[in-house]
Write a new protein. Sequence first.
Length: 89
Amino acid sequence: MEPAGLKAVEAAKQDGRWDAAYERQRKTEVSADFQTALNKHRKAKSFFPTLSGSRQYPFLFRFTTAKKAETRAHRIRIFVEMLEKSETL
């Protein structure tokens, strides 16, 4: 990293921007409906926890941001099918 980049990182760490940058991602948890769906699919249930947080977050974000219950349920179903095949987003 260049000196200017190092300086920017240090400034961000000092003023709190560094820690706040991914706060939402760190606090996201598996919802009850997604866990229920995972529990019904052995391979998906065992594969999902092996993913890093940065690999889990896209799944969690996409269905938690759904505006309609039908959309959320559809996304969960699709994502569980992907996880059954050890696929990620």
